[in-house]
Design a protein around this ligand. Structure first.
Ligand code: GDP
Ligand code: MG
Length: 734
C-alpha cells in the first residue's frame, strides 16, 4: 500500500491516464481534454496503443494517456496487459475511469477492479445523455458517496463536463490524504481476503510491491502473473502459497464454486449494489429503437444483405460526389485537382530547353508523381467521411456481429473483423498498419497471427488510387460495380488465405468470443469532419513526404544511367530546321518518343523491370508496370505516380491524353483484361514496408513478415497470371 501513497515524491507534471471499457467514449474525452484529434470509432480495437497528449490551457502541467479499452484487468489480452501494467508500474497520479452511464453494470466492473488496485480514481460518468434517453436517472452525488470517489457527469462527444473533470482530476492528483474505500465481497470472502492480505503485507519481499489486498484477491483468482511474480520475489513464497491455498479452500468449500468465479460474482454483486443505490429506471423507450433496428441489421440472413447494400451504396455515393457530378463551378472536385496539377506542370515548361534534367525532375518526378496521387484526394475525402459517419452510428460494431458466424467457418473470429475493417475491409480508406495493431484485441496468439497475415489483403486506402485510375481508363461505365467486385475479391482471397494459413501454417484451437453491441448514435457533423480531415491529412502528408521521396528516387532510377542517343539526337537536329511543316513535326515527335523510350529502357529501373518481365509477362505486366510495382513495395500510393512518371518519360506527347487514365486507354498495348489482372496483383502482392515492420514488432519475429511477403506476392502472381491467361484464351476483355 505504501507504493500508492500519494505523499510520495510528486513530479511537477500531473500524469493522468484514461481507462475504461471499449466504446465508452475514452478517446472523445481524451480529445476534449488535450485538444487532440485521435480517431474515434464505435468498435473496440481502434485505440490499439496508448496515446499521450498534453492538457491545454490549464494552470497545472498535465499529461494524459489514452489507454486501449478493456472490460477487465485480468491480463489475458494484449490490451488488458497494457492497461494493467500502466496502472501497476507507471503509477499515474490520477486515473480517469470513463464509465458508460447507459451500461453501468459492465462498466463499473472495471471500476471495481481499479478500486481494488487502489488507484487514485476519478469517475467520468460519460454518455449521460444516452442514459437519460433510456429513461435512467442517476443520482451522481449518491454514487460518489457510495463509491467514495469523485464522479463527474460528462458527454464526451459534445465536450460537456470537461472543465469539472479536469479540476477533479487535479484535486485527486494533489490530494495527500486520499482514502480509498475497500471493495467488499461479502463476509465470507472478505475474511479470507483480509487474512491473506495480512500475510502478503508481512512478507518483506512483497510488502509495498503491490497493494496487499489486491495481491490477495489476485492470488485467490489464480492470476498467473502474480503467482509467478510472487514466487520470484517473495521472501517466503511457500508460506504465502500455503496461506493462499488455505483461503481458496475455505472459499470453495463455502460456495461450492472455484474461487475465481466466486470473486467475479462478488464484484458483480458489489456493482449491483451500487446501481441499486443510485439508479432509478423510468419508462424505457429509446432502447426499443436500437432493438428494432438490430432485429433487421443483425439478422442471420438480412444482416449480410444489408451489409452488402451499405457497402455498394457507399461506393456509388463516393463516385458521384467526388468525380461524376460536376457540381463545383461546372467541374467535379477531382477535375479541379487535375486542372491544378496540369497548370503546375505547365509552369515548369520554361526549363525544358535550358536545363532538361531539372525540368524532367520537376515535371516528371515531382509534379507528375505527387499530382497523380493528389487527384484522388477528393474521392478519398468523401469515402473517409462516409465511413466515419458509419462508424459513429454504431453500425461498424454490427458488422462484426453479423460476420462472426461466417468468419468462424474460415477459422477466424468475430473480433478479427476489426483489424480487417481498419485495414480497409469496408471497401477502402483503411490502412493495414493500424489494422495489424488492431489485432491486439484478440486474446489468442494464433488468432492474432492469422488476422495479421490476412489483413494486408484488404483494399487499403493506398490501393484505391490504382483501382480508380485503371477503372477510369477501362471500366468507366461500370465504376461502382467494378469497385464492388474488387471489394468482394479481396474478401474472398483473405478468407481463403485464412483457411489455408490456419490449416498449414498457424495451427491451434480457437478462443471463444463476446461482442458488445453499443446503442446507435446519430453522428455529429463536427466529429465526422474532424476524423475525415485527420485521415485525409495523413494521406496528403504521406504524398508530400514518403511519396515525394520515393518518386524522386524512382525518377533517378529511371533517369540514370543516361543512354547514348546521339544517332537519334542527330536526326532530330537535322529535321529541326524544317519543324514548321506538320509532317516533319510529327516525325520529330516520333523520334523524341523513341529516344525517351530507349533512355528509360537503358536506366537502372528499366533493366530491373525488363529482367522481371520474364516472369510477369504471363500476367500481362510489362517492364514499366514492373517498375511501378517495385516502387509499391515502399508504399502502394507510389504505384500510380510511378506509372505516371514511367509513361510521361516514355512519351513526350503528354498533351495528347493529359491524364494517365486517358493515356493508357489510348495505348494499344493495354486492354481491360491487362488492367484487371494488374488490379488483382496490386490487391494481393506484398504488404508495404511499414506494415512489414509493424508485423515484425507485433509478432515478435521476422519470420512472419517474410512469410507474409512471400505468400502474398506468390498468390498475387499466380492469380494475375491465371486471370490473364484464361481471359486471353477466351478472348475476354482483349
Ligand atoms: P472509446 O472506444 O472509449 O475510445 O470511445 P470513443 O471515444 O471512440 O467513442 C465511441 C462512440 O461514442 C463515438 O461514436 C462517440 O461519438 C460516442 N460518444 C462518446 N461520448 C459520448 C456521449 O457522452 N454521448 C453520446 N451520445 N455519444 C458519445
Ligand atoms: Mg478509443
Amino acid at each position: 500500500m505504501v507504493l500508492f501513497d500519494a505523499t510520495q515524491t510528486r513530479q511537477a507534471t500531473v500524469r493522468a491516464v484514461i481507462a475504461g471499457n471499449p466504446n465508452c467514449g475514452k478517446t472523445c474525452l481524451f480529445n476534449a481534454l488535450t485538444g487532440a484529434n485521435q480517431k474515434v470509432g464505435n468498435y473496440p480495437g481502434v485505440t490499439v496503443e496508448r496515446r499521450e497528449g498534453r492538457v491545454r490551457s490549464s494552470a497545472l502541467e498535465m499529461t494524459v494517456v489514452d489507454l486501449p479499452g478493456t472490460y477487465s484487468l485480468t491480463a489475458l489480452s494484449a490490451d488488458e496487459m497494457v492497461a494493467r501494467h500502466t496502472m501497476l508500474h507507471e503509477r499515474p497520479d490520477v486515473v480517469i475511469d470513463v464509465v458508460d452511464a447507459a451500461n453501468l453494470e459492465r462498466n463499473l466492473y472495471l471500476t471495481v477492479q481499479l478500486m481494488e488496485m487502489e488507484m487514485p480514481l476519478v469517475v467520468a460518468l460519460n454518455m449521460v445523455d444516452v442514459a437519460e434517453r433510456h429513461g435512467l436517472t442517476i443520482d451522481v452525488e449518491r454514487m460518489a458517496a457510495v463509491l467514495g470517489l469523485p464522479v463527474v457527469p460528462t458527454v464526451g462527444n459534445r465536450s460537456r463536463g470537461i472543465r469539472d473533470l479536469l479540476s477533479r482530476s487535479h484535486q485527486v492528483a494533489r490530494a495527500t490524504d486520499r482514502m480509498t474505500r475497500p471493495v467488499t465481497y461479502g463476509h465470507a470472502v472478505d475474511d479470507e481476503v483480509d487474512a491473506l492480505a495480512a500475510v502478503v503485507a508481512g512478507d518483506s519481499g512483497l510488502a509495498g510491491r503491490y497493494p496487499a489486498r489486491w495481491a490477495a484477491v489476485k492470488l485467490l483468482e489464480k492470476d498467473e502473473e502474480i503467482i509467478r511474480d510472487m514466487r520470484a520475489v517473495a521472501a517466503q513464497p511457500a508460506a504465502i502459497e500455503a496461506a493462499a491455498a488455505g483461503a481458496m479452500q475455505a472459499i470453495e468449500s463455502h460456495f461450492h464454486e472455484p474461487s475465481e468465479v466466486v470473486l467475479a460474482e462478488a464484484r458483480y454483486g458489489f456493482v449491483a449494489g451500487i446501481i441499486r443505490e443510485c439508479v432509478t429506471h423510468g419508462n424505457v423507450s429509446r432502447k426499443s429503437v436500437t432493438d428494432a433496428v438490430d432485429a433487421v441489421v443483425c439478422h442471420r440472413l438480412l444482416g449480410p444483405l444489408v451489409l452488402g447494400g451499405v457497402v455498394y451504396l457507399l461506393f456509388v455515393a463516393v463516385f458521384k460526389t467526388a468525380d461524376e457530378w460536376h457540381w463545383l463551378f461546372g467541374r467535379s472536385p477531382t477535375q479541379w485537382m487535375q486542372t491544378l496539377f496540369a497548370w503546375l506542370g505547365k509552369q515548369a515548361d520554361g526549363l525544358a530547353d535550358t536545363s532538361p534534367m531539372l525540368h524532367s525532375l520537376l515535371a516528371d518526378g515531382v509534379i507528375g508523381g505527387v499530382g497523380g496521387i493528389m487527384a484522388f484526394v477528393p474521392l478519398i475525402f468523401v469515402m473517409f467521411a462516409l465511413i466515419a459517419a458509419l462508424e459513429d452510428t454504431g453500425y461498424m460494431a454490427r458488422v462484426a456481429f453479423v460476420l462472426d458466424r461466417a468468419l468462424k467457418v474460415f477459422g477466424l473470429q468475430g473480433k478479427s473483423i476489426m483489424a480487417m475493417i481498419v485495414s480497409g475491409g469496408l471497401g477502402g480508406g483503411g490502412c493495414a498498419v493500424p489494422g495489424v495493431l488492431a489485432t491486439r484485441v484478440l486474446r489468442d496468439r494464433e488468432d492474432r497471427l492469422v488476422t495479421m497475415l490476412i489483413a494486408p489483403l484488404m483494399n487499403c486506402g493506398a490501393k484505391i488510387p490504382v483501382y480508380l485510375m485503371l477503372i477510369g481508363a477501362f471500366f468507366a461505365e461500370r465504376q461502382a460495380g467494378m469497385m464492388f467486385l474488387l471489394w468482394l475479391l479481396s474478401w474472398v482471397f483473405a478468407l481463403l488465405s485464412a483457411v489455408v494459413i490456419r490449416k498449414f501454417v498457424v495451427r491451434g484451437a480457437q478462443a471463444p468470443f463476446v461482442m458488445e453491441l453499443p446503442t446507435y448514435h446519430v453522428p455529429t457533423l463536427r466529429g465526422v469532419l474532424r476524423h475525415t480531415w485527420s485521415r485525409t491529412w495523413m494521406f496528403i502528408r504521406k504524398a508530400g513526404t514518403l511519396i515525394l521521396a520515393t518518386s524522386v528516387l524512382l525518377w533517378s532510377a529511371m533517369y540514370f544511367p543516361r543512354a547514348n542517343t546521339s544517332v537519334i539526337d542527330g536526326r532530330i537536329t537535322a529535321l529541326g530546321t524544317r519543324a514548321a511543316e506538320p509532317e516533319v513535326q510529327a516525325q520529330i515527335n516520333a523520334l523524341q518518343r523513341e529516344r525517351q523510350s530507349a533512355q528509360l529502357r537503358h536506366s537502372v529501373a528499366g533493366r530491373a523491370g525488363a529482367a522481371l518481365e520474364n516472369v510477369t509477362r504471363w500476367a500481362g505486366m510489362d517492364w514499366r508496370d514492373n517498375i511501378a510495382l517495385i516502387g509499391g513495395f515502399a508504399a502502394k500510393e507510389v504505384i500510380v505516380s510511378t506509372l505516371g512518371v514511367a509513361y510521361a518519360m516514355g512519351d513526350t506527347e503528354s498533351d495528347a491524353g493529359g491524364t494517365l487514365s486517358a493515356h493508357l486507354r489510348s495505348d494499344p498495348g493495354w486492354t481491360p483484361l491487362r488492367a484487371f489482372a494488374l488490379m488483382v496483383f496490386v490487391m494481393l502482392y506484398a504488404p508495404c514496408v511499414t506494415v512489414q515492420i509493424i508485423t515484425r514488432r507485433e509478432s515478435g519475429s521476422w519470420k512472419w513478415p517474410l512469410f507474409s511477403m512471400t505468400y502474398t506476392t506468390a498468390l498475387g502472381l499466380l492469380m494475375a497470371t491465371l486471370i490473364y491467361q484464361v481471359g486471353s484464351a477466351f478472348g475476354w476483355g482483349v
